[in-house]
Write a protein that binds this ligand. Structure first.
Ligand code: SAH
Length: 396
């Protein structure tokens, strides 16, 4: 725990308990900021290391430091991790280098496809048996990887399947990066319809609260944007970190010099409702979360995205659209913000459902009438439980 990490608090939400949890009926789920103690750590991997640490790992294994960059090039630029394909390395060094830097981090359990194969959800088993999912989505102009930053999630949002299962553990930097690399490999190999391609976008919208696993996530961001041999050389503009609103961490992220896009999962413009929908709101209120997002936009020059899942008769009233506009416009109308409305993906057993089409349209109309840039997200991957909030790793 650091000074900026909040004490765990309990939600006092009045949401029907039967909808809140499958594991402990009758009890609201607690907010969990820190992972439970665990016995083993994921193996250290090239993608966990910066340049200096990479070189040190190689010298410690008894090989010359410059070999580290060769391996980095194979992994990040060529997307190769099979030592036999590293033909510029002396044959005798290939195995020891792979052993030192490229341990197996995860193995695929299932791959499920939708949308003619252009949406693919992979369930991975990590070294300790933990399961996590990620989703690849290919569009005509881009490929987006939706990655997990934690196994499970401790933020307890009652409408989110991941949140209902609690937090199992944080992922390591390399476990996050490897999800992207695996997607990049399948595109390179032409396994995704549309011909060979590249990952252009990464969204931290899979399992977990990225800012609750801050160090590993920032490490992963660095690996994604740094050029080979230190990283994949992606544009920070194509990367979105989505958060429930851990305010001190948003402020810290603004200082990292990584101009990634920030998405704030707001889901309600008023504290009364947000306390229930996003329990971390009991710790940081709507104005604090939105204020931090505004500051992020001001300091990085990156427009922030406000995520708002439209839930029928819960948060989709016209007056809430107006209130949302008021809250956002209180920070000025210089184009700092974009609203992304998500039709709710109902989770199993929930009585909540997506808003009616005309209600959704009216919500959009009211925001746009106030000149707030607003879109409704598509619901790709829904039928393979790969859409937002559906990743639960229940076996694929
Ligand atoms: N912990 C991060 C990332 C989670 S998932 C966060 O909360 O932002 C990314 C987005 O999907 C979040 O905006 C989340 O609130 C939303 N989401 C979760 N469950 C959903 C559901 N059932 N339907 C629609 N969106 C959902």
């Amino acid at each position: 725990m650091t000074a900026t990490t909040p004490e765990p608090t309990h939600s006092s939400g009045s949401v029907d308990q039967a909808d809140r949890t499958v594991s402990t009926p009758g009890l609201p789920l607690p907010l969990v900021f820190d992972e439970p103690p665990r016995r083993s750590k994921p193996p250290r991997h090239l993608a966990d290391l910066d340049t200096a640490a990479r070189r040190e790992a190689v010298t410690r294994a008894g090989m010359p430091a410059f070999r580290a960059n060769q391996v980095g090039h194979h992994y990040f630029a060529r997307l190769v991790d099979d030592p036999d394909q590293m033909t510029d390395l002396p044959a005798a060094l290939r195995e020891p280098l792979a052993e030192a830097l490229l341990p197996t981090l995860m193995t695929p359990v299932t791959v499920r496809s939708a949308d003619g194969g252009t949406t693919r959800k992979t369930l991975w088993r990590l070294h300790d048996g933990t399961l996590v999912e990620c989703v690849l989505m290919r569009y005509p102009d881009r490929v987006t990887m939706c990655v997990s930053s934690q196994a499970g999630c401790g933020m307890a949002c009652p409408f989110c399947a991941t949140g209902q299962g609690g937090l199992q553990r944080n992922l390591s930097t390399a476990e996050i990066v490897e999800q992207v690399v695996a997607g990049a490999r399948s595109l390179q190999r032409g396994e995704v319809p549309g011909g060979p391609g590249r990952v252009s976008n990464v969204v931290f919208m899979g399992m977990g609260e990225p800012l609750a696993n801050y160090a590993a996530v920032v490490g992963a961001l660095r690996r994604l944007v740094e050029p080979s041999p230190s990283g994949l050389g992606m544009s920070a503009r194509g990367i979105t970190v989505s958060t429930v609103g851990l305010v001190p961490r948003i402020q810290q992220l603004a200082d990292e010099g990584l101009p990634v896009t920030l998405a704030l999962s707001l889901h309600a413009p008023d504290d009364e409702l947000r306390d229930e929908l996003v329990p971390v709101n009991t710790r940081w209120k709507v104005t604090e979360a939105v204020g931090a997002a505004w500051e992020y936009a001001s300091r990085t020059g990156r427009r922030v995205s406000i995520e708002y899942a439209l839930i029928k008769d819960v948060n989709d009233q016209g007056w809430r659209a107006d209130l949302l506009a008021d809250v956002l416009l209180s920070y000025g109308d210089w184009g700092w913000v974009h609203v992304n409305l998500i039709p709710l993906n109902p989770t199993p057993g929930s009585r909540w459902t997506a808003s009616r089409r005309e209600v959704e349209r009216e919500f959009v109309r009211r925001l746009q009438a106030r000149r707030i840039s607003t879109t409704v997200r598509d619901t790709r991957g829904r039928e393979i439980d790969g859409a937002c909030g559906q990743l639960a790793a229940t076996g694929g």
